[in-house]
Design a protein around this ligand. Structure first.
Ligand code: ADP
Ligand code: MG
Length: 260
């Protein structure tokens, strides 16, 4: 059966957690490549001024002339800044300019809606849009949560990683009330998982119930392969095709497709 096509276009998913180092960027790059392998048309949006997603997909953020910053401030059209990457995905790159975007947006009306509006014209060209958020709950992340219909929360399987999830879910509740009724938490994505650790197993079995949220499966194992991928500008799905990390992201992506 051909994939079901929605008249509204791409499903937009934000990948957010205001904690850094929880594998947001790795998950966006890897799930994006996995969806592309499944034949989906994928757009990735780098919404972090550190531009790690941009860099890890082989684009030099310092050489980017027009980025998501210019799109959000109405200085460029989204389709004009899109870069095609080797992983079979399209990317809206970030650059250090994005560090100043929030300050400008703060003085503007409807500042939470600018990303949604910018993505509107591109939605018909893609099946899936994944937004890589910065480690904060500022205006840029609110833009992602307002544009998206789904949220994936990457979370390492360690006790301390729980800190802040409650705050993120409070923000999601506020966004649903005020900015975007459609927003739904797709689930927690357990990352950096060490299957040999009893502690990690306990956290994994407890986390869904604790927050009343689905837990995506399988958990993403901790493996050194992930450290190597960004240096060559490809995701782990290309650099280490059959590694357990690549397989886990493929399985998560395949399980998500019917929900999109
Ligand atoms: P975030 O975007 O949430 O800050 P990153 O995706 O940049 O997190 O990941 C943080 C660090 O952890 C990076 O160095 C990345 O290579 C590494 N990493 C991510 N996932 C894994 C994994 N499954 N195993 C080992 N290292 C990982
Ligand atoms: Mg990141």
């Amino acid at each position: 059966m051909p994939p079901r096509k929605r008249p509204t276009g791409a499903t937009i998913i934000a990948v957010a957690n205001q904690k850094g180092g929880v594998a947001k960027t790795t998950s966006v790059a890897s799930l994006g490549a996995a969806f592309a392998e499944l034949g989906k048309r994928v757009l990735l949006v780098d919404l972090d001024a550190q531009a790690c997603l941009t860099f890890s997909l082989g684009v030099d953020p310092d050489a980017v002339e027009e980025s998501i910053h210019h799109v959000l401030l109405g200085q460029a059209e989204l389709k004009d800044v899109v870069v095609e990457c080797e992983d079979g995905v399209h990317l809206v790159p970030s650059s250090i300019d994005l560090a100043g975007t929030e300050a400008v947006l703060l003085g503007r009306p409807a500042r939470e809606y600018v990303l949604q509006t910018a993505l509107e014209s591109a939605r018909k060209d893609y099946d899936i849009v994944l937004i890589d958020c910065s480690p904060s709950l500022g205006v840029l992340t609110l833009n992602a949560l307002t544009a998206a219909s789904g949220l994936i929360i990457p979370m390492p399987c360690e006790m301390l990683s729980h800190r802040g999830v409650g705050q993120l879910l409070d923000t999601v509740a506020d966004v649903k009330k005020i900015l975007n009724k459609k927003l739904k938490v797709i689930g927690i994505l357990p990352t950096l998982f060490d299957g040999r650790s009893n502690h990690a197993q306990e956290v994994l079995s407890d986390v869904g119930e604790r927050y009343g949220l689905p837990v995506l499966s399988p958990p993403i194992p901790r493996t050194v392969r992930f450290a190597e991928a960004p240096a060559v500008g490809r995701s782990i799905l290309a650099t280490s095709r059959t590694s357990k990390g690549a397989r886990a992201y493929r399985d998560v992506a395949a399980a998500l497709v019917p929900q999109l």
